[in-house]
Ligand binder design. Structure first.
Ligand code: ADP
Length: 433
């Protein structure tokens, strides 16, 4: 192409010089012949440029370029090929865009594209149905102005989008939506919203069922326990085989009461919002009282229970909930540590936040069980749990309480050596005295 171009240029110059030489030979005025030739060449070049400009201005896809020869012919041909290539590529791109738009239009899930400031750029028809977005008037508006729920604003602004958010739809309160936000490109956001109303309803039914059954079982159980206690006060008037049976019944009734209390506490933790404007809790004092209870639980198994707590470090939240979570961890450490073992409780602050660690020298847990420990009724070994009188709900309660206090649980354990359960809270939850 480069060689063609050079060849055409050389040919054109030779032609010009040849023409000028011929006119010079005929007229004898070589200088004038050269001047006239150059002016003529300049005029022809300007004419080609004018034709090119007109062709570019018309800019109709099927319009072939003007005919020309030499260098200008090459320029016209190359420009025409570039234009055809560009049209073909644009066509291919448009068909990809059409297919993507067609598939997102058919999607039941809402897809919303937001710029780096959270302004709406594009959305599919499902977003209009689920979120009430309207084209074109909502384009360019901040998403927070259209989905006004405070939890959405908090979730969006937090920048932490690993977990999805579940909210009622702004256009229909009976629709439950799951928001997932993904970051891409230049800090733009892709928001996918799914209708999970059916799942939400089933989940709600499960929660209500468990809460209602637990509640309904409580009264008959209190009556049974009451009668058993009264009967146990009169064992001397009974046939000799009865007291043992009554004692076992009383013990099992106690376990059932414990189980129902845990189920009701979990139902409450799931059903209610975290306490607003939570007051700071003196964790060190709370841990002292839990330590005394743990010492009583250990009784003649003589565990060495130590406590190192920063008395100036407070935690915003509900004292009752925190007591329940921390005592579950400490009592587990006592339950799953053989007699004479060590239990170490620590409460401290670092640049990452506030931390509570409960370390024991007990039986430990195999690593394959760790991811499932906080599931309801999950037990590493059911025989082990029934010996210790556990319900299998303790760590589920811990997880829920921590979630409500923006904390998380970390478990490290070595079978035969012991375990460390650590609760991490963000600095925003901690205060100092
Ligand atoms: P449980 O009421 O059975 O103790 P949890 O939810 O508190 O239920 O604990 C779940 C399971 O985790 C327990 O059954 C036990 O096997 C294991 N586990 C919890 N804490 C410890 C610990 N400190 N050491 C060893 N195993 C533990």
């Amino acid at each position: 192409m480069n060689q063609n171009w050079q060849g055409a240029l050389v040919r054109q110059l030779l032609l010009l010089l040849g023409g000028c030489l011929l006119i010079g030979l005929i007229t004898g005025e070589y200088a004038w012949a050269l001047v006239v030739g150059l002016i003529g060449y300049l005029g022809w070049t300007l004419q080609q440029m004018r034709r090119l400009l007109q062709w570019l201005k018309r800019n109709t896809p099927d319009d072939a370029p003007p005919d020309s020869n030499g260098l200008w012919g090459d320029i016209f041909d190359n420009l025409y090929q570039m234009q055809r290539r560009d049209i073909r590529l644009r066509g291919q791109l448009q068909s990809v865009i059409d297919r993507v738009q067609g598939s997102t239009t058919a999607l039941k899930d809402a897809v919303v594209m937001l710029d780096s400031d959270g302004n709406l750029e594009w959305w599919n028809p499902a977003a209009e149905r689920l979120l009430g977005l309207k084209k074109p008037q909502d384009t360019g508006h901040p998403v927070g102005n259209l989905i006004r729920h405070p939890s959405f604003k908090e979730y969006f602004d937090s920048g932490r989008h690993e977990e999805p958010l579940v909210l009622a739809s702004p256009v229909n309160e009976r629709l439950w939506l799951q928001f997932t936000i993904t970051h891409y490109g230049n800090s733009e956001h892709l928001m996918v919203v799914r209708d999970i109303s059916r799942l939400h309803l089933l989940e709600q039914m499960r929660k209500d069922f468990v809460a209602n059954v637990s509640h309904e079982l409580r009264t008959p159980l209190t009556v049974i326990s009451g009668y058993l206690e009264t009967m146990l006060e009169h064992t001397d008037e009974m046939p000799p085989r009865w007291p043992r049976a009554l004692n076992q019944m009383n013990e099992q009734a106690g376990r059932m009461q414990h189980l129902l209390n845990d189920l009701l506490l979990l139902a409450k933790l799931e059903a209610t919002n975290p306490p607003a404007n939570a007051q700071p809790v003196a964790v060190a004092t709370l841990l002292q009282s839990i330590r005394s209870d743990a010492q009583a639980l250990s009784a003649d198994r003589n565990h060495d229970i130590s406590l190192e707590a920063d008395p100036t470090l407070l935690l915003k939240g509900s004292e009752a909930e925190l007591r329940s979570a921390f005592s579950n961890l400490v009592f587990n450490a006592v339950k799953y540590t053989p007699a004479g073992g060590e239990v170490r409780i620590r409460w401290w602050c670092s640049e990452h936040g506030a931390h509570l660690a409960v370390e024991d020298s007990g039986i430990g847990i195999e690593s394959k069980h760790l991811p499932r420990l906080t599931e309801r009724f999950y037990r590493v070994d059911s025989s082990r749990a029934s010996n210790t009188g556990g319900t299998g709900l303790g760590l589920a309660i811990v997880k829920h309480v921590l979630l409500r206090h923006q904390g998380r649980l970390d478990v490290n354990s070595t079978p035969g050596k012991g375990s460390i359960f650590t609760c991490h809270f963000p600095l925003s939850q901690a205060t100092t005295q």
